[in-house]
Each structure stands twice: as structure tokens, then as C-alpha cells.
Write a protein of this length. Structure first.
Length: 382
């Protein structure tokens, strides 16, 4: 455990002060290993949990969980970035999140994934001070429950169809089919066909390559599955390549990895490949930045999956608050990330029910993090 003291360079505010930051690294094990294109696998992944303590006795919780080889982010990079930000964080007023986050951006440009956990923790404290759930502070609750999708690991087509049937029996109506792990486009067509047959007409089925396909393979899959009523997700590593796939197949397109700031959203819209988009907190830098992205997507007309890259209860609940404060007709779905992994970090966090999930109604995030499960912090800044 490292204990570091730093002078404060935080802005002067009117409320309470942050006196301490604690940080833990927690291994999260997926109930099922997630195999993706280009050799990516999500099995046991380390998440970063932080707690901000104030001089009024409040604690705000944040989390970020980068998947290895997925985005320009890594779990062990969060602690050094937050150490660098200590002069801004310690002594700062946690109420009025965006003022402190603006100082953090000026002091340390970039490193948005580390700042995402900080931003979530600040919103948690702000909600506790206000006595309101975060969704109330983000504009108000627009729907009681939110639709979930179920992500299906890229394995044998028949087994993927079985997983889809099981999820559908639990009320799920949207299915993300991972593609590309076997390296042959014909099996990817079979995967989409078997899942579509398993769930029948009506439910949303979309195939996701996680940037791992060539335009040739993605176009062949898209044309082979065009009669199935499916959507494609992030086949290639550039917007230009994704646009070529969309143009050649005529299928709707969902973006994920390439949507990470205002410029990327506007560019994707110009290319005509943003029928749907994943807004992930860690890619944009937390709730504050993702809310701004949400508002832009409302203007551009895209449907949104409001979620994060990976993680447990803290980051799952944070995304649910933003999803609940978003126009229902523009929320494609959300994800119960914590339902895919163990351990769970908050016993009172929500679970899926009949294919949907609801954010908590308590102040701030509205959950109670089990500090005994976290153990001794790996880093303390004070």
C-alpha cells in the first residue's frame, strides 16, 4: 500500500472538502469466458475501485475496468494518473462535479479512463449531499426500468443458440452475437443464423466483431446474413472501413470502440454508420462527459447503448442512472455488467428481472459497497 500526501491545487468552492482517496485493484472473473475477434478474450479482468472521503464523513465510489487489448487504457494505469491528480483532488469541493473535472483536465490532459472513476465518485457524493439519486440530478427519471441486451461469447453456433434461448426465457429481447473468433466468415454467418432462428422474428440480433474483421470478411458475412434481419456492430478498426461495410451490405450499423468523443460521434454520423452507438463511461471520461455525448446523440438521432467497458456494481449502476435519465425512445439498451462477473461488490445493487433492470432510488449511486470484500487499499492519497 502506498500513502502519498500532496498540496492542494483544487478550485475554491463553498461545500465540503475531499480529504482522502483510496484505491483497490479487484480481479473480476467472468462466469463465461468471452471470446472475441482478433484473439481478444475477456475472462479474469482487473477492475479499479476508488473511494473519495470528505471532511463531512461522506464517501463517494467510482470504478473503471479496462479490458486488456481492447482500448488505449489499462487497469494499472489508473493509480498513477490519480496520483498525478492528487493536488487537484485533495482539498477539492466534490459538489459540482464538472468544476473539479475541468481542473483535472487542465492539470492532466487525457487519461479519460482514470478520470471516469473519479467523475463517478464525485457524482455519488453530489447525490448524497443533495439527498437525490444521480438520475434525478441528470435530468430526472424517464422510465422505471431499462431494456437489457445479452452478450453471447463467440463459440460454436449451436451453443450460442442455446445461450440465446436461455436468455430469452429470462425476458431478454436483444442479443449481441460475438463474431470472428474462429477466423472464418461462413461460421459467423451460421452464428447469426442459429441465434436468429433460436429467438425467432422480432428480437434484435446484432453481430459484433470488436474491430477485428477485415472489410472483405465483414462484407461477406453481412451479405450472407442480410436476409436474417440483423444489425452489424463495429466490424473494423476505422470509420472508413465500417462505412464500406455498411455501404456494401445495406445493414444498419452500431458503433462501439470508435465512439469516444464529440469529434468521433460527428464523424460517424457524417459517414452514415451510427444507427446505434455504445456510450461507455470509461471511453468518454465518466458521467459528465458521457452525458454531453448523450445529448449530442439525441440531436443526431442515434439510438444508444448506455454502459461501460466492463466492471462490477459501481460502474454498472452509474450507467443505469444515465440511461434512466435518457429519452426512452432513444435508449437501445443497457448492460448489467456486474451480472456477468464475480465477485459482486454491493449486495444491494440491482439485478436483471424479466429482461430489464432499474437503477437504485437511494441518494447518489444508491448502493452500499462491501468494504470488507475489497480488503486493504492498494493506494491511499491524503
Amino acid at each position: 500500500m502506498n500513502r502519498i500526501a500532496a498540496p492542494s491545487l483544487a478550485p475554491v468552492g463553498t461545500g465540503q472538502r475531499i480529504t482522502r482517496l483510496r484505491l483497490w485493484h479487484v480481479p473480476l472473473t467472468s462466469h463465461t469466458a468471452y471470446h472475441m475477434a482478433d484473439g481478444k478474450t475477456c475472462d479474469t479482468v482487473e477492475t479499479v475501485v476508488i473511494a473519495l472521503d470528505t471532511d463531512a464523513g461522506l464517501t463517494g465510489w467510482g470504478e473503471v475496468c479496462p479490458i486488456p487489448h481492447y482500448l488505449p487504457a489499462y487497469a494499472r494505469g489508473a493509480a498513477p494518473a490519480l496520483q498525478e491528480l492528487a493536488p487537484v483532488i485533495l482539498g477539492g469541493d466534490p459538489v459540482g462535479v464538472e468544476a473539479l473535472m475541468a481542473c483535472a483536465d487542465a492539470f492532466l490532459p487525457g487519461h479519460v479512463y482514470a478520470k471516469s472513476a473519479l467523475d463517478i465518485a464525485l457524482w455519488d457524493i453530489t447525490g448524497q449531499v443533495a439527498g437525490l439519486p444521480i438520475h434525478a440530478l441528470l435530468g430526472g427519471r424517464r422510465q422505471e426500468t431499462l431494456p437489457l441486451y445479452h452478450s453471447i461469447t463467440c463459440i460454436e453456433p449451436d451453443e450460442m443458440a442455446r445461450i440465446a434461448r436461455e436468455a430469452q426465457a429470462q425476458g431478454i429481447t436483444q442479443f449481441q452475437v460475438k463474431l470472428g473468433a474462429s477466423g472464418d466468415w461462413q461460421t459467423d454467418v451460421e452464428r447469426l443464423a442459429k441465434v436468429r432462428e433460436a429467438v425467432g422474428p422480432g428480437p434484435l440480433v446484432y453481430g459484433d466483431w470488436n474491430c477485428g474483421a477485415t472489410t472483405l470478411d465483414a462484407i461477406r458475412v453481412g451479405r450472407g446474413a442480410a436476409h436474417l434481419d440483423v444489425m452489424l456492430e463495429q466490424p473494423c478498426a476505422t470509420l472508413e472501413e465500417c462505412a464500406r461495410v455498411q455501404s456494401a451490405t445495406g445493414l444498419p450499423m452500431k458503433l462501439d470502440e470508435l465512439a469516444h468523443d464529440t469529434a468521433s460521434l460527428l464523424a460517424a454520423h457524417r459517414f452514415g454508420i451510427m444507427d446505434a452507438v455504445a456510450l461507455k463511461l470509461s471511453k468518454f471520461g465518466g458521467l459528465s462527459a458521457t452525458r454531453r455525448a448523450r445529448d449530442l446523440c439525441l440531436h443526431l438521432g442515434a439510438k444508444m447503448c448506455v454502459e461501460c467497458t466492463w466492471g462490477s456494481d459501481i460502474v454498472t449502476v452509474a450507467a443505469l442512472h444515465l440511461g434512466a435519465a435518457t429519452r426512452p425512445d432513444r435508449v437501445l439498451n443497457v448492460c448489467d455488467l456486474s451480472g456477468y462477473v464475480s465477485p459482486r461488490l454491493a449486495s444491494d445493487a440491482p439485478d436483471r428481472a424479466a429482461g430489464r433492470i432499474a437503477p437504485p432510488d437511494g441518494p447518489g449511486l444508491g448502493i452500499t459497497v462491501d468494504q470488507d470484500r475489497l480488503g486493504t487499499p492498494d493506494l491511499i492519497l491524503e
